[in-house]
Design a protein. Structure first.
Length: 273
């Protein structure tokens, strides 16, 4: 991915939407998480590169030499799959805000784990990967001050703490961000997690990330399978229902107008989303 691509402000429709019913994240075409608020939808942002390409902060996964990816949501869910193709490698990234399994009362509710998970898998060749976790808490008014303990990194954010883990070696770079540079061969995977509420119970490697993926997919699909609509444009109706569910605050049932801020409905207009 070129620096010129990252320097541009993309149209909002190019962002993918992730949600766990407690907060949300927006993922750009280049694989960067460019918007996320903690500890709730209405909390201050920790990633806001969609508003400020230089100072906003982002959580990026860069595949060396790759073009813009093909993307899709896994059926019945808000799990994002992005496939990056480079001359010598193909890499798939799975992004999701993790959910627990459906509750015992069978009401189709989703319960958040409060963790953003990114699984990086090499499908072909050998890929050079660079991951950077660069939160700018409180609407980029501050930078994260990372502390390391037992292989995890933590940093303060308004009203909560962030916890970053990976099976790859993370280190604080010269800009104060966490970063990791590594190679992945075909069949290998790496996992990264960012917990935004509560304390982590373990480091999340590929196996633990896969289990979270399976429970998250199961929770989403249990809920979305209750859609009884069988008319025209069924796939679009089901996708719209999942997105609307992602805009519902888990604890109250309130519906968000938008997961973003400061984005004008029309240039020069009065309504911002």
């Amino acid at each position: 991915m070129t620096d010129a691509v990252r320097a541009q402000y993309p149209p909002i429709e190019e962002y993918a939407f992730l949600s766990d019913g407690h907060t949300s994240a927006l993922v750009g075409l280049d694989g960067g998480v460019e918007w996320m608020c903690v500890p709730r939808f209405d909390g201050p942002s920790v990633f806001a590169r969609m508003l400020d390409r230089t100072r906003g902060g982002a959580f990026t996964v860069d595949v060396a030499g790759a073009s813009l990816p093909e993307r899709r949501y896994l059926d019945g869910s808000l799990v994002l799959e992005s496939r990056f193709v480079a001359p010598d490698a193909t890499v798939m990234i799975l992004d999701f805000l993790a959910l627990a399994e459906e509750g015992p009362h069978g009401r189709g509710e989703v319960d958040p784990h409060h963790v953003l998970v990114r699984i990086v898998r090499c499908e072909r060749g050998t890929a050079r990967i660079r991951t950077t976790i660069d939160p700018r808490p409180d609407y980029a008014r501050s930078t994260a001050q990372w502390r390391s303990s037992a292989g995890m990194f933590s940093a303060a954010a308004p009203g909560t703490r962030l916890w970053a883990t990976s099976d790859r070696t993370l280190a604080v770079d010269g800009n104060g961000a966490l970063s990791a540079d590594f190679d992945l061969a075909a069949g290998e995977a790496a996992a990264f997690s960012l917990r935004y509420l509560g304390d982590p119970v373990q480091r999340i490697g590929p196996s633990a990330a896969q289990r979270l993926l399976e429970t998250t997919l199961g929770s989403w699909r249990t809920w979305s399978s209750r859609c009884a609509y069988q008319g025209p444009l069924l796939e679009l109706v089901e996708r719209s229902a999942v997105v609307l569910k992602g805009l519902v605050y888990h604890h109250s049932g309130a519906v968000l107008a938008a997961p973003t801020t400061s984005l004008p409905e029309s240039i020069g207009g009065e309504r911002n989303w």
